[in-house]
Design a protein around this ligand. Structure first.
Ligand code: DP6
Length: 326
């Protein structure tokens, strides 16, 4: 039995749209931070059975979800030549499919655990190419700290991998996640970005301006320039949501609490505080600040009523094997 752990990551330079849907190749590169407190734990072992047995957060997942996971494990069966079924048990300590990147930590943990179980000696960079095919953002969760996932240019996707830009200690950050709704999102990122790429008049502008956002964000990380990181991260978030909202049908992931929190964070940022917001395909607001500053931001957040839940994280590590029994 192999047990692996992986953490969700949050993109600062956002990924939205694909250049190849079959291979899950992104239309843009992206830059992210990996979190510590939220996690997916995945256990996998061989079984003598006709089909894979999959348990997800203590339940049997829906049939399409099971098929997707079995198909993903098929890649490891094919590469290793070991045609055995597996029992897979996976648990998240945070809400699933609610814009908290559960697919990122999920496929990163599964890639790490499967590679070990099937006896494959893949590097994390090679694993990121496989994880990407489960869910794009999962490529980034193989690594800790600050991570870049390259768009790549090759048709086969072999150059669309993730790698670490900087260690978590190079610019210590805290991330406060304000959960404004625990409901699962109605439109998945996959379907949402497909529609956006076909229908949003702003999609091309998002894609065209992404390389510069990535460059500025990477420079800000390397120069340890928080305010520059804040500026370009918020620009990338707002551009992605402008694309979402101008898609047909429009994708409105925000709710009224989301707006309230954005306003609060913007006021703090405009007053020179080290703080910014970033939001993904859901209504949760991720507030990024310098490590140690979280108590002050939490205090400010008290002004807003009825936030469902608050998580406080620092930067975390990449996917790891945490247990191995024979
Ligand atoms: C808004 O990685 O979930 O979080 O590759 O189709 O599985 P698929 O999409 P996914 O999309 C993440 C989109 C995002 C932005 C980001 O994380 O960069």
């Amino acid at each position: 039995m192999i047990k692996a752990i992986a953490h969700p990551n949050i993109a600062l330079a956002k990924y939205w749209g694909k250049r190849n849907e079959e291979l899950n190749l992104p239309a843009v590169g992206s830059v992210s931070i990996t979190l510590d407190a939220l996690k997916t734990e995945t256990e996998i072992q061989f079984i003598e059975n006709e089909y894979d047995i999959i348990e997800f957060n203590g339940k049997l997942p829906a049939e399409d979800e099971q098929k997707k996971l079995s198909k993903f494990i098929d890649k490891f069966r094919q590469i290793s030549g070991i045609d055995k079924k597996v029992e897979l048990i996976t648990n998240n300590n945070f809400p699933t499919s609610a814009g908290l990147a559960s697919s990122a930590s999920g496929f990163a943990a599964l890639s790490k655990a499967s590679s070990k179980l099937f006896g494959l000696e893949f590097s994390d960079r090679e694993l990121s190419v496989l994880a990407r095919q489960g869910s794009g953002s999962a490529a980034r969760s193989l690594f800790g700290g600050f991570v870049e996932w390259h768009k790549g240019t090759l048709e086969d996707g072999s150059d669309s991998f993730a790698e670490q830009i900087a260690d978590k200690s190079s610019l210590p950050l805290s991330i406060i996640i304000a959960v404004t709704s625990k409901e699962s999102k109605k439109i998945s990122s996959r379907i949402g970005m497909h529609n956006s790429s076909l229908t949003s008049p702003f999609y091309k502008a998002f894609v065209d301006t992404s390389p510069n956002d990535i460059l500025e964000i990477k420079n800000a990380i390397l120069e340890k320039d928080f305010m520059k990181l804040a500026d370009f991260s918020m620009k990338s978030t707002v551009k992605m949501h402008a694309v979402m909202m101008t898609s047909n049908p429009p994708l409105f992931y925000w709710n009224h609490k989301t707006y309230e929190i954005i306003e609060l964070v913007q006021d703090l940022y405009n007053n020179g505080e080290n703080v910014f917001f970033t939001i993904d395909a859901g209504p949760q607001v991720k507030i990024v600040t310098t490590e140690g500053n979280a108590p002050q931001i939490l205090n400010e957040l008290k002004q807003i009523n009825q936030i469902d839940e608050i998580y406080v994280c620092n930067l975390g590590n990449g996917a790891e094997i945490i247990e191995e029994t024979h």
